[in-house]
Design a protein around this ligand. Structure first.
Ligand SMILES: *Cc1c(COP(=O)(O)O)cnc(C)c1O
Length: 358
């Protein structure tokens, strides 16, 4: 039985995408074999790869002066690959610290560049610093931030203004969740396993002028120029993940694109936050203007009931609601592929649980 999967990542995929991948598993494209078993340099797979890029470009209205790269190593590898490519050894870079993932990015970047923390959520990361609190370095090589912090569930409601310094964003848990003006960014990267497709793939969207500046010693497979010049096929790419991501892009196009997703995601998150706010038993701790649309965190008034809540939710077909081990409590991830029906089922369960045990 298919359940509602609230996992933060790897996360829920659209049922139609899984069905198509299943149907094509033994005989893909009339080849008599699966897509995993064909050459990445063959005509058939090249078409899949090209279409995935074209569809992503269309979905996000990516301007012509940006390259789209399909890389490996996840978002975590980009924590190092970004400074290796964009920052000289004697450079300063601006980073905003809003939680777990920003901090990982900062820690890694410190091996390559002088990191200036240009903004800090402080304390337990219950809010995003407003533009007025950002302390920008004029000559920074770039400005890095995490638009959505997947673990605590805080999200920027604005795109920082950086006065010409290239804006770099880790959009692993928010890419494609609403319309985005890519032209405001120098570089955007996103691990696939939240809002794109299977893990093993990281999508990098990078402006042409930021390519070709990798520092000496950068491994070739991590050099944006080498990757771009070889259409992300410098070596064997994760072909199955690329193929499934392409199916997801087509699913997004059939379902109204990012504008429709943005509206759907807004309604899903608002509905769940409203239910939490209306109850004395559940609580979300994030500042109202910083609440994530993708990862909704909440605690129970009685933490001793956490285990029972999770057990009964799973039995009711609502899985992976456990909050991150550092924070405790609950987290419902509401990526594009989570239908409103999943949110409604969760709310009905929460009400019933509260009625029984509060
Ligand atoms: C999941 C996540 C990461 C880590 O992604 P990997 O692909 O596992 O390296 C980094 N940043 C954000 C915002 C994430 O949500």
């Amino acid at each position: 039985m298919r359940v509602f999967n609230f996992s933060p990542g790897p996360a829920v995929l659209p049922v139609e995408v899984l069905e198509q991948a299943r149907d094509e598993m033994l005989d893909w494209n009339g080849e008599g074999m699966s897509v995993m078993e064909v050459s990445h340099r063959g005509k058939a797979f090249m078409k899949v790869a090209g279409e995935a890029e074209a569809d992503l470009r269309e979905l996000m209205s990516i301007p012509a002066n940006y390259k789209v790269l399909f890389m490996q190593g996840g978002a975590s590898a980009q924590f190092a690959i970004v400074p290796m490519n964009l920052a000289a050894a004697d450079s300063t870079t601006d980073y905003v610290n809003t939680g777990h993932w920003s901090l990982k990015g900062i820690t890694e970047a410190r091996h390559y560049t002088t990191v200036h923390v240009a903004g800090d959520a402080g304390g337990q990361y219950l809010r995003v610093p407003p533009q007025s609190e950002l302390d920008l370095t004029d000559e920074a090589a770039y400005f890095h931030y995490t638009p959505n912090e997947t673990i605590s569930g805080v999200e920027f409601g604005y795109v920082p203004e950086t006065a010409g310094v290239p804006l770099v964003a880790d959009m692993s848990s928010s890419i494609l969740s609403q319309p985005l003006d890519v032209s405001k960014f120098g570089l955007v990267y996103a691990g696939a396993q939240k809002n794109i497709g299977p893990s093993g793939l990281v999508v990098v969207i990078v402006r042409d002028d930021l390519i070709g500046r990798a520092r000496a010693g950068t491994p070739l497979v991590f050099d944006y120029k080498a990757v771009a010049d070889n259409d992300s096929m410098l070596n064997t790419p994760p072909t199955f993940a690329w193929y499934v991501s392409g199916l997801v892009f087509k699913w997004l196009k059939r379902n109204g694109g990012v504008a429709a997703m943005g509206e759907r995601n807004r309604v899903k998150a608002q509905t769940l936050y409203a239910a939490i706010d209306a109850s004395p038993f559940y609580r979300n701790w994030i500042a109202a203007d910083s609440r994530s649309r993708m990862n909704v965190t909440f605690t129970l008034a009685r933490p001793d009931l956490d285990a029972l809540f999770l057990e009964q939710a799973a039995a009711a077909g609502l899985k992976n609601l456990k909050g991150h081990r550092v924070l405790g409590g609950m987290r419902a991830s509401l990526y594009n592929a989570m239908p409103l029906a999943g949110v409604e089922a969760l709310i009905a369960f929460m009400r019933e649980f509260e009625r029984k045990y509060a």
